[in-house]
Design a protein around this ligand. Structure first.
Ligand code: SF4
Length: 475
């Protein structure tokens, strides 16, 4: 299979739309998770207002990110852990590779982490001869299939249980079954030995707390506890924006994250980790390393238009209500992050021009903003990206696109603000209609015909007159 990429979004979307298995797998996603999240917000004891409070809290975190990260680093070190601030994906992967080499690591178990997907850690470790096993059930399934996650919290949502039955039969050698409990037990049995053999556990981090110097990880399968306590080394990778100031704020956001993600009051397992095993304790790793990844997030932070996207806590809720995602699935977006949040963050991380189809492909229906547990205005940022695509931006090093289009809209704006000129243009346009209709405009006329321009404006037509002969529009 070819690796999906943001540039090939149109072809990937076309392919996804004609895939009956994907259609079947995504059916009901919105009913199951989308509406469930809204009901879960309604049932919050503090009421809907809690999401507004969370929005303000996240904005404050992003504003004070430098101070909070410095405090987090100090506190983690005081617990005996190590902290590495990685400028980019290469620095983060180098850190993990060097650590693995120095400590003689042969096997790694991984908890689900989109940040590790962003930096491509699996491929880097495997290239070095280190075996990597994904332990989240969904991630395990797609690893066996040789694919990438298609959803932030449900990585194998694009697969049906029949697909998974055939995959397990082929790859881990169990007799075919499409019974979910039987498949889960087979995966558990297979993974148990990997947990016991692993030297290193790699996880993400849902939210870190500066005040206490601990990270929080939520799961529903218990795999995170095994990945973080059984191997002798634990490495957690977090995007630098996943920071909270206080424990109270961390707990509040975790409650909202679980509601937005899966309509749960709280995930099945919540782990708070603040460093390696302490003296006198039996469980826990000998070493704990936290990698805080920038990878162009500082650039986003510096732009007041897009800074808000760093408030995201990656609950995946916006994917569950997006009418575009529901039809094309996550692989179409061609990067670690898909759906509405992917359509904003991917262009900012990988290139606004390179990923233009992502933000142009969204409908701007606003469902993502309504469902977001921290009230992020993704539609506003989708529009801002389109604006940069058309007008260009020095900050993002984008030249104006489609000079002709910009010119046409410029002329249109002039006409719309000058009624006399506008009327004259309408009359001229009508006269020239036969000529205009023969124009060939790539990307426009092959799909649709240009209609003939009316001789008069609508407000001058009899349809706009009232029964007494007055003009409804006053002109
Ligand atoms: S934008 Fe909001 S809804 Fe979407 S993943 Fe981020 S926090 Fe969740």
């Amino acid at each position: 299979m070819t690796t999906p990429s943001p540039e090939h979004y149109p072809q990937q979307a076309k392919q996804a739309l004609s895939d009956p298995i994907l259609k079947k797998a995504l059916k009901g996603l919105q009913d199951r998770l989308g509406s469930g999240a809204l009901a879960a917000y309604r049932n919050l004891p503090e009421g809907e207002g809690l999401r507004h409070l969370a929005h303000e809290i996240r904005k404050a975190h992003v504003r004070n990110i430098d101070v909070l990260l410095a405090t987090l680093g100090r506190n983690i070190r005081s617990h005996g852990g190590n902290v590495f601030f990685a400028r980019d994906a290469a620095a983060a992967t180098d850190y993990v590779l060097n650590l693995a080499r120095e400590r003689g690591v042969r096997g790694v178990v991984k908890g689900k982490s989109m940040t590790s997907e962003e930096i491509g850690i699996n491929a880097a470790l495997e290239k070095d001869g280190i075996s990597v096993t994904e332990t989240d059930l969904g991630e395990f399934i797609i690893q066996l299939a040789g694919e990438h996650p298609s959803h932030i919290i449900a990585p194998a949502i694009h697969k049906t249980r029949e697909d998974i039955g055939r995959l397990f039969e082929k790859t881990i050698g169990i007799p075919y079954t499409d019974d979910p409990p039987a498949l889960t037990l087979a995966a558990r049995k297979y993974l148990r030995t990997r947990f016991l053999e692993a030297d290193m556990g790699i996880t993400g981090c849902n939210l870190a707390c500066a005040q206490t110097g601990q990270i929080a990880l939520v799961s529903n399968e218990g795999n995170i506890r095994l990945s973080t306590t059984l191997p002798r080394i634990h490495v957690a990778i977090m995007g630098m924006e996943r920071i909270c100031a206080t424990l109270d704020e961390q707990l509040l956001l975790l409650r909202l994250l679980c509601r937005g993600a899966s309509a749960q009051k709280m995930g099945g397992y919540v782990s708070f980790i603040a460093g390696p095993r302490k003296d006198g304790f039996r469980d826990g790793p000998e070493e704990f390393h936290l990698i805080v990844l920038d990878n162009d997030r500082s650039r986003i932070l510096a732009d007041p238009v897009f800074r808000e996207v760093l408030c995201c806590i990656r609950c995946g809720g916006c994917l569950n209500v997006c009418p575009v995602y529901a039809r094309i699935g996550g692989h179409t977006y061609g990067y670690a992050y898909s759906g509405p949040i992917g359509a904003v963050i991917t262009p900012l991380l990988t290139g606004i021009e390179r990923s233009k189809h992502l933000y142009c492909g969204e409908t701007l229906c606003g469902a993502c903003k309504d469902i977001c547990p921290v009230g992020i205005d993704l539609p506003r940022m989708l529009l801002a990206l389109r604006n940069i695509h058309a007008e260009g931006s020095r900050r993002w090093n984008i030249r104006p696109n489609h000079l002709l289009e910009s010119l046409a809209y410029g002329i249109w704006a002039q006409l719309m603000t000058r009624p006399k000129l506008y009327n004259a243009a309408i009359r001229l346009g009508h006269e020239l209609s036969p000529l205009i209709q023969r124009l060939h405009l790539p990307g426009w006329t092959p799909q649709r015909a240009i209609p003939s321009l009316a001789k008069r404006r609508f407000t001058q037509s009899p349809m706009s007159q009232t029964s007494t002969g007055e003009n409804r529009h006053g002109s």
